[in-house]
Design a protein around this ligand. Structure first.
Ligand SMILES: [Fe+2]
Length: 280
């Protein structure tokens, strides 16, 4: 904005902003988005009370300073939701149609680091090793999905966030088990790898078993970490039903569902929102 338009609305998607502005130094204070290494920047326009998800090369920081010390004071809900966002980046980057061997290594390490450390941080928020693991996962996850992509969970999560003010990590958590269940048969061996990397399954479990354990494990995580249902979060059911069609259409327009192993129709996305509503 210092170099180009002073109005944040001019950087709004669907257009991408690829011109380089002044150098950006990215310093994350949560272990979640990986924005310090991606071309995404979510900015709150306080004048219009709007969350804008800016995209383009112009948003890639010149330098990232990644220091887990900055996350030590973060409260439980924010810590957990950010970690589940990171886990979603790992899984989606790995199952995405744009995954490559290069992004795969980072994606699997992202999954491994989240599941190795999320319970430890929950037990002891000052566990430095675990905080470090989650921070490293967030940066790796950002690199993984920037080089592959995010898919259906993020595609459907954003409309939920913008319509009902659900924080990003939490809306991912509300959808991740249901959408994994929907997609899993279309990329069994990939999801099985995710399951083994995250220690949901053991290394010698067959793909079918590993996939079953992944779904069970994701539902269990939501329970263990008190992820609220959409209803408990405070979303009004009637309001939710009225918005379903628009949310599913917005998700489709984002393009993210097209990169999912199973590409849903708008009606299938409406069903998925409904299923996630009833899931827990
Ligand atoms: Fe995300």
């Amino acid at each position: 904005m210092a170099k180009y338009s002073k109005n944040i609305q001019d950087y709004k998607p669907p257009s991408t902003f690829n011109k380089k502005g002044l150098p950006i130094i990215g310093i994350p204070t949560t272990a979640g988005t990986g924005s310090e290494v991606t071309h995404h920047a979510v900015i709150i326009d306080s004048k219009n009370n709007e969350k804008i998800s800016c995209r383009g090369e112009g948003f890639v920081p010149t330098c990232a300073i990644v220091d887990y010390d900055l996350t030590l004071s973060k409260p439980r809900r924010l810590t957990i939701d950010s970690a589940i966002d990171t886990l979603t980046h790992g899984i989606e980057a790995y199952v995405s149609k744009k995954a490559t061997l290069f992004s795969d290594r980072m994606a699997l390490d992202t999954i491994r680091l989240v599941t190795q450390n999320i319970y430890a941080v929950d037990r002891d928020p000052k566990d430095l090793k675990a905080r470090e693991g989650l921070m490293l996962a967030a940066t790796l996850g950002g690199l993984a999905f920037s080089n592959a992509s995010i898919c259906l969970v993020h595609g459907m999560s954003r409309p939920l966030g913008s319509n009902f003010k659900v924080p990003h990590g939490l809306s991912n958590a509300m959808l991740l088990p249901t959408i994994t269940e929907f997609s899993i048969d279309h990329a069994k061996s990939r999801y099985a790898d995710c399951s083994r990397a995250g220690n949901f399954a053991s290394q010698d479990d067959e793909d079918d078993i590993a996939c079953e354990k992944l779904i069970k494990g994701l539902y269990k995580m939501n329970k263990d970490f008190d992820v609220p249902s959409m209803k408990k979060f405070g979303i009004n059911e009637k309001n939710f039903e009225e918005k379903l069609k628009n949310m599913a259409t917005d998700a489709e327009v984002s393009g993210a569902p097209n990169l999912n192993p199973r590409v849903p129709s708008v009606n299938e996305m409406i069903d998925l929102y409904g299923k996630a509503w009833r899931a827990f």
